[in-house]
Design a protein around this ligand. Structure first.
Ligand code: CA
Length: 508
């Protein structure tokens, strides 16, 4: 290197150091920060980065453009509390103890949060928690009580319950920004769980989104009028149809009781004309279902729009403070959701719309911007991934695998070829039969084991899962292989030795 080149290099280095000092007084921790943005019931087909036909999510899309989008991320048990317990422990439901929404999470079991904390990370959670026990393993916590309302949320905190007036998605974000700005210890890396209540039922929009999609027709899913033929008896008996099982609260004919008078008037005004027209029209049959679908999906998408707007606020803060450079930002949701698909709302099923989770990871300098991954990954893998990002050794008891090699663009040769699924909450709200199953890149086998009925789908030929080929002789070999694979996975995960939980009802 010539002398002049060395001088130029030195000048560049000095300039970089000076710029760093201008942005922040703190020395950035070398280990990355992690912000885990987690929505509730946000289906991939309501994210434009995943090809949504019905909405646009510019800030979530920005994460995908600057990071990696996982095309095949699947939940192990498609319901709120169980998905969260799997994420905390890296273990399937029968081992972490949260099989349905009824069991409280045993706070004394090991979670990735304990391990990050031991390794010197500061840990914070703001928003939905939904695991009954207090999240005492976090250094800082402000969590909604149960599901939490859409307006004027109450939070459990180490200092007792606090109530904050406002729209919950905005309020949670305000608390997140306040923690980042005022409460964190700037000498240590952090893990921040930024967890929304939205877009969970009953989909009440925020002040800024109340009139979004007004006079817009949202395209209907092709299976809105599914007749449930071609499958077992389970699908037809479920009680989650848009046609028959939506409440007045879901449809905004009544409003929650905890609104202020001003909020109530604002929301009533937004729906007034449409409700009057609906009452005058006297719709019946398919027209009535179509109307309900429009009401439902618009409110759902309005709730999603508030999440996306607020994510934009956080990304802007990270940019402005220079934190973005050393912070991994992850977007996901506890499961998928039926957006009128099969005539339904809700989740629980191993069917695609409910099984799929969004997963987008932005990790500057590590993840190649705009990359897409097609490997089979699960929420079971989140805890090992958080730990490996932080450089913490993985405990053997965790059943998931770290996604860090995939994030680096290096697929391990022995990556999984199938996933195991198990849903337990029956009998219960929505009447979805208990089931377990296996999904490979192309096929899906489901066993409704209390009634001993089976379904097998060829996802390549039948992506909407309308015709089970379980009894089709052409699929005899596929069936045999999947039955063997299901047995193998039951052994791998220790399900074969687990006790079937008692039959009892529970909430959503
Ligand atoms: Ca959920």
């Amino acid at each position: 290197m010539t002398v002049s080149a060395m001088i130029r290099t030195g000048q560049v280095l000095l300039a970089i150091v000076a710029a760093g000092q201008m942005f922040a007084a703190e020395a950035p921790p070398t280990r990355p920060n992690i912000i885990f943005v987690f929505a509730d019931d946000h289906a991939t087909h309501a994210i434009s980065a995943y090809g949504s036909r019905i909405n646009s999510t510019p800030n979530i899309d920005r994460l995908a453009r600057e990071g990696m989008l996982f095309r095949n991320c699947f939940v192990t048990n498609s319901i709120c509390a169980p998905s969260r317990a799997v994420i905390l422990t890296g273990k399937h439901s029968h081992l972490n103890g949260v099989l349905t929404n009824s069991e409280p999470f045993d706070i004394n079991q090991q979670t990735f949060v304990h391990l990050l904390k031991q390794a010197g990370y500061q840990t914070a959670i703001v928003g939905k928690w939904h695991l009954q026990s207090d999240p005492v393993m976090f250094d800082y916590w402000r969590v909604l009580i149960g599901q939490g309302p859409y307006y004027n949320p109450r939070f459990r905190t180490p200092q007792g319950v606090i109530t904050i007036e406002g729209y919950t998605t905005d309020v949670i974000t305000d608390l997140v920004l306040e923690w980042l700005e005022k409460h964190r210890d700037r000498s240590r890396p952090f893990f921040l769980a930024y967890h929304h209540k939205a877009p969970h039922r009953e989909w009440l929009p925020g002040p800024k989104q109340l009139n979004l999609y007004k006079d817009t027709f949202i395209p209907e899913p092709t299976t809105l009028f599914d007749d449930y033929r071609g499958r077992t008896s389970a699908a037809a008996k479920t009680t989650m149809t848009i046609a028959n099982h939506m409440t007045d609260l879901d449809l905004k004919f009544t409003l929650p009781k905890n609104l202020t008078e001003k909020q109530r008037q604002m929301i009533e005004e937004a729906y007034r004309k449409e409700n009057q027209a609906f009452r005058a029209a006297g719709l019946q049959g398919e027209e009535l279902v179509r109307w309900k679908y429009q009401r439902y999906i618009k409110d759902y998408l309005r709730c999603v729009a508030a999440i996306d707007d607020n994510l934009g606020r956080v990304l802007e803060y990270l940019d402005r403070t220079g934190l973005a450079q050393n912070t991994v930002v992850i977007y996901s949701s506890d499961q998928g959701f039926f957006l009128g698909d099969h005539g339904w709302y809700d989740k629980r099923w191993m069917y695609e719309e409910s099984l799929r989770m969004p997963l987008i990871v932005r990790w500057p300098g590590v993840v190649s911007p705009g990359s897409v991954n097609w490997d089979l990954v699960q929420n079971l893998d989140f805890a090992p991934t958080f730990l490996e990002i932080a450089g913490v050794p993985l405990p053997a008891e965790m059943q998931g695998r770290s996604l860090v090699p995939l994030l680096r663009g290096q697929r391990p040769a022995d990556w999984r070829q199938s996933i195991y699924y198990r849903y337990y909450e029956y009998p219960a709200v929505h009447d979805v039969q208990r089931h377990e199953g296996v999904r490979t890149a192309r096929y899906k086998l489901i066993h409704y084991y209390l009634i001993n009925e089976w379904e097998l789908f060829d996802l390549e030929k039948d992506p909407d899962e309308l015709r089970s080929v379980y009894d089709d002789p052409a699929y005899a070999d596929v069936k045999r292989e999947l039955l063997a694979e299901l047995e193998r996975l039951r052994k791998v995960y220790g399900v074969d030795k687990a006790q079937e939980p008692p039959v009892r009802g529970s909430g959503e």
